[in-house]
Design a protein around this ligand. Structure first.
Ligand code: NAP
Length: 331
């Protein structure tokens, strides 16, 4: 495992973090709690110490599972959770980054996580209905009280981060980023590097596409968000799968690796990436983690990867489908 210091803190985090959205069940077609706890234990045993969760992942369920799994090992784990998405009785989330909401949510999260501090506390989405000053000062107050050890934001633009940082410390930023979804390179990662923020990037496997395990007849059940993701529908799905297949051939021929290892190595070598968040919900899915660390990609390899993707994916689409305009907006 590789480790990185979260800049301007004394937190040392593994460069692969376990993402636990799917473990909450919501938007991933349900979850199996015992498998989820075993997955977290497998990740910790594999050298991962960074676990990313959020209240919105299953309306508290993911946090409860993380709390259950880290009992007896709390001090060895870097717990990253989030704040500022409220949800209605149907479980539908909406943004609320008001100071009163933040003060309430931290205590709810601490109870679910069975701990008295959060290592990295992140504003999940910017809330246009709350002044940034109010949100940022509420986060700073939690930091000053010792309930949180680092302050982060997620899905913020560089302009929004700039505004936030006028009123609070800021240590981490969490944007989507993977081989297929690179918008963070334009603005977020350069901003993070220029301002000494550690980027914890999410969606390392592009929601499983880069695992290499998907086929054209793969199906998704229940509320699984991939049923609405245009990448997983015709005609794009076949294009992405062809790219994955060629990337897999390339990884095998050049390094004796598979596409999943290539996707992780590529991420970890990109400028500005502190840690990559990898979503898993079954212990066997964590197995490949160790194989991302014993090789390096040179400029030729990166160019070949880009060539394969541009030849196969004619009409690329980013992660923006997850939050169409109006979605998650404050009530
Ligand atoms: P991801 O890492 O791109 O993909 C996760 C999915 O890939 C898994 O649920 C699993 O799907 C599949 N997978 C994982 N390992 C595999 C393996 N070895 N073999 C085959 N399939 C495998 O997606 P993500 O969960 O969206 O992102 C990671 C984390 O980032 C999240 O859990 C969350 O913590 C964070 N995140 C944050 C935000 C935000 O707004 N801040 C948004 C999205 C995600 P199946 O189980 O269905 O096979």
């Amino acid at each position: 495992m590789e480790f990185r210091q979260i800049q301007n803190t004394d937190i040392r985090a593994s460069r692969i973090g376990l993402g636990t959205w799917a473990i909450g069940g919501w938007k991933w077609g349900g979850a199996d709690d015992d498998a989820a706890v075993a997955t977290i234990h497998r990740a910790l045993d594999s050298g991962i110490n960074l676990i990313d969760t959020a209240p919105a992942y299953g309306q508290g369920h993911s946090e409860e599972i993380v709390g259950r799994a880290i009992q007896g090992r709390r001090e060895r784990v870097v717990v990253a959770t989030k704040v500022a998405l409220e949800w209605d009785e149907r479980g539908e989330p909406w943004r609320n980054a008001s100071a009163s909401r933040i003060r309430k949510e931290i205590d709810d999260s601490l109870a679910r996580l069975q701990t008295d501090y959060v290592d990295i506390y992140q504003v999940h989405w910017p809330d246009p209905a709350t002044p940034m000053e109010e949100t940022a000062k509420a986060m700073q107050a939690l930091y000053d009280s010792g309930k949180i050890r680092a302050i982060g934001v997620s899905n913020f633009s560089s302009v929004q981060m700039n505004e936030f940082a006028k009123f609070s410390r800021l240590h981490t930023v969490q944007p989507p980023y993977n081989l297929f979804e690179r918008a963070a390179e334009r603005d977020i990662l350069p901003y993070a590097m220029a301002h000494s923020l550690t980027a914890l990037t999410y969606g390392a496997l592009c929601r499983g596409l880069l695992s290499g395990a998907m086929r054209e007849d793969s199906t998704f059940k229940g509320d699984d968000l991939r049923r609405a993701d245009p990448k997983f529908q015709p005609p794009r799905f076949a294009q992405y799968l062809r790219a994955v297949s060629r990337l897999d051939e390339f990884a095998r021929a050049r390094y004796g690796k598979r596409v999943l290892h290539l996707a992780l190595r590529w991420l970890l070598d990109q400028p500005g990436v502190g840690a990559a968040l990898w979503g898993a919900r079954r212990p066997d899915q964590v197995g490949p983690v160790s194989e991302a660390f014993d090789f390096a990609l040179d400029a030729n390899a990166k160019a070949e990867i880009d060539r394969i993707i541009s030849e196969e994916v004619k009409d690329p689409i980013g992660p923006e489908f997850m939050t169409p305009p109006g979605e998650l907006m404050p009530h």
